[in-house]
Design a binder for this molecule. Structure first.
Ligand code: ADP
Ligand code: GN1
Ligand code: MG
Length: 388
């Protein structure tokens, strides 16, 4: 068979990039932009080696290149400034490496490592739409998507809490805002209102109930932003996209190993990270489950995550932050729900979708979760008390 290359895609619906584990496989692949992945990898001094190996006469023998790497095409319509984006990631990971090494850990495993391009750049640009970066693949780990145990959530809490703790003295002014006002919930509400009045996809009439829910709940949505503006809630270095699948767990022990997907590391509130992790981690169902009977918020999941997170962060957090931990989950779930609804109204231009009403399904799901969290707020406050 002719020597050629193929990448096996591990993309997920909301994956902003075509993420792929570089594999040695046969098959044929040509980039849209006419540059093969092999050629792109050469720009990082990496070789997709599909040559036969040795001189045997019986078996087909191939050399598989180790270590392995992750190649990602950056979504430049969302991350419009790849220089600033990669600058953040390089600075943060360099800082983390030092801290991890000083604590006797393994920096190659516990933080991402950017592989520079041959020309020394942090990425390789084919053209404006095709900007690539490479990370070292973190071996012997697993990602958790939907089914998670209380132990997984405890570990996720430890992982994200530890990440925040290690970055506590990172100079926050060094960070670029890769997506402006990313968790500014009141501005997200403004964007929803604009989408309703522009009604670009002609869908506003069909989602009156969802719009009503979103607007009725807008009153408390400035809790964190206002607290930060008034100086009651500290600005910290935060991850801002703490989905459970943005942490890698050790394959054998199940312990949290490495926080990944660092594109949104920016100045923010600890409450964003806590709340966002439980938005997915605390739900009994997937984010796009359409059977809303199945969409419930699990107090035990909250307890487990809070216990892990607070084991790392309880000394660092202020009383105001601790008091808002239960609300943060509702807030981040609400915010994500209105982002999905906004995108549905705008004609699905931001989140990847796999069916026509995907964004609407997600919005309904998140709103159901908001309602359920509201019913359980007192239980969540109890759980925080216990964990502190
Ligand atoms: P996205 O922004 O599209 O979510 P991620 O950076 O989270 O992209 O990568 C998608 C998936 O690829 C992750 O959930 C994880 O399973 C895997 N992955 C990414 N980087 C690494 C890495 N360095 N080592 C091992 N797996 C990785
Ligand atoms: C996106 O890229 P991913 O799947 O980790 C989004 C998050 C949303 C999430 C909803 C940069 O995260 O903010 O909460 O989808 N990331 C960006 O699942 O917008
Ligand atoms: Mg991700």
């Amino acid at each position: 068979m002719e020597n050629s290359e193929k990448i096996s895609s591990r993309g997920i619906w909301a994956g902003w990039r075509r993420t792929a584990q570089v594999q040695k496989e046969t098959g044929y692949y040509t980039m849209k932009n006419e540059m093969t992945r092999s050629e792109i990898l050469q720009q990082f001094d990496l070789i997709l080696d599909s040559e036969s190996y040795g001189n045997g006469h019986i078996n087909d023998t191939y050399l598989v290149t180790m270590p392995r790497y992750i190649l990602q095409r950056i979504n430049t319509s969302i991350f419009t400034n790849p220089d600033e984006l990669m600058d953040n990631i390089e600075n943060v990971t360099a800082f983390l490496r030092e801290k991890i090494a000083a604590a006797g850990g393994d920096p190659d495993r516990e933080t991402l490592m950017v592989v520079p391009a041959k020309d020394g750049g942090k990425y390789f640009k084919v053209d404006d739409d095709n900007v690539y970066r490479v990370y070292r693949f973190v071996e012997n780990t697993k990602s958790i998507e939907n089914s998670k145990t209380a132990e997984d959530l405890y570990e996720a809490g430890v992982g994200f809490g530890h990440f925040q703790k290690l970055l506590a003295d990172f100079p926050v002014e060094k960070l670029h805002e890769t997506i402006r006002d990313f968790h500014h919930t009141p501005k997200r509400i403004e964007a929803l209102k604009a989408a309703i009045s522009e009604n670009k996809a002609g869908r506003a009439d069909s989602v009156k109930a969802e719009i009503a829910f979103a607007l009725e709940n807008a009153a408390w949505a400035d809790a964190v932003v206002k607290g930060m503006e008034e100086g009651r809630i500290p600005v910290r270095v935060t991850h801002n996209d703490t989905k459970i699948n943005n942490i890698l767990f050790d394959q054998e022990s199940g312990k949290a190993v490495c926080v990944i997907d660092l594109d949104t590391v920016m100045p923010g509130s600890a409450l964003y990270d806590f709340g966002d992790a439980l938005r997915i981690g605390g739900s009994a169902a997937a984010e796009d489950e359409v059977d809303l009977e199945k969409v419930r918020f699990e107090v035990e999941a909250f307890e487990a995550f809070a216990k892990g997170y607070l084991s790392e962060m309880k000394e660092a957090l202020t009383e105001a932050e601790i008091a808002l931990l239960p609300l943060s989950v509702k807030l981040m779930t609400y915010e994500c729900g209105i982002r999905f609804l906004t995108d549905y109204l705008n004609g699905d231009t931001y989140f990847k979708i796999h069916r026509e009403q995907h964004n609407l399904d997600r919005a309904r799901n998140q709103f159901k979760l908001v309602a359920d969290i509201t019913d359980k707020e007192a239980l969540l406050a109890e759980a925080v008390k216990k964990a502190v």
